[in-house]
Design a protein around this ligand. Structure first.
Ligand SMILES: NC(=O)c1ccc[n+]([C@@H]2O[C@H](COP(=O)([O-])OP(=O)(O)OC[C@H]3O[C@@H](n4cnc5c(N)ncnc54)[C@H](OP(=O)(O)O)[C@@H]3O)[C@@H](O)[C@H]2O)c1
Length: 209
């Protein structure tokens, strides 16, 4: 596939690039700082651009089979003020149809599932700007007439395993919103599996280890 990745310099994004190349895909990493990516591969194209820029996206997107977004705000912004996810989703939802790309996959958060008790409530409060932004982002994506998939993982951890379980509409059985975890690499594996297999079209999917 020809994959277009947003957030390719981040922790999920780097794993996306790594697994996608290992699986033989053509990858375009659309990033604001190409110098942050030192990897070189004939199937990896580095394109400098702003994921909020509709015109830049529209001209870089044609010819791709799917867009995968793993953008995320800095921790400080997540607690103070951020509209990164809503604005980038809004730009993507305008640019994809213009460029004739139908498939869009994006990382959200399991905190948007109800429940989780007082600890989850506290997290939602502490991360209120990010929580609002995630909800607004999902609303933009869900309203778009494209084949979207929204992945909602719990807390992410560094590990090399690609193991995940996935359940549309909820975290998989036995998972706990506060104590369950998933590796950044497994989030990437889930998104790539869904893109390759045309799975979870127009679904919000809970994923965990
Ligand atoms: N961390 C967790 O435990 C957790 C749990 C559940 C869900 N999530 C979600 O998972 C997503 C990805 O997380 P992650 O940990 O992989 O993210 P990350 O490592 O912090 O990477 C964030 C990416 O977003 C880009 N970015 C940030 N601000 C930007 C801006 N203003 N303009 C353009 N690009 C910008 C960064 O690019 P630069 O390198 O150029 O800064 C980077 O590529 C996030 O949306 C987060 O909500 C995280």
């Amino acid at each position: 596939m020809r994959l277009f990745i947003l957030g390719a310099t981040g922790r999920t994004g780097r794993e996306l690039v790594d697994i996608a190349l290992a699986r033989g895909h053509q990858v375009t990493a659309f990033v604001r700082s190409p110098a942050k990516i030192t990897r070189r591969d004939p199937r990896l194209a580095l394109v400098e651009g702003d994921p909020l820029g509709v015109e830049e996206l529209s001209s870089a997107l044609p010819g791709h089979d799917a867009v995968i977004s793993a953008l995320g705000p800095l921790p400080r912004q997540a607690m103070t003020r951020t509209t990164l996810l809503e604005e980038s989703a809004s730009s993507a939802m305008t640019a994809l149809p213009r460029a004739g790309v139908r498939r869009f996959l994006i990382v959200s958060s399991a905190l948007l599932f109800p429940g989780g008790g007082p600890v989850a409530a506290l997290l939602r409060l502490m991360l209120r700007p990010h929580f609002r932004d995630l909800k607004a982002m999902e609303n933009r994506v869900r309203a778009a007439a494209i084949d979207w998939t929204i992945a909602r993982p719990p807390r992410l951890v560094a590990a090399t395993d690609e193991r995940y379980r996935a359940e549309p509409g909820a975290l998989p059985a036995g998972a706990n919103l506060v104590s369950s975890v998933l590796s950044w690499r497994a989030v990437a594996a889930f998104l790539l599996d869904a893109a390759e297999g045309s799975r979870h079209l127009r679904e919000v999917v809970g994923i965990c280890r």
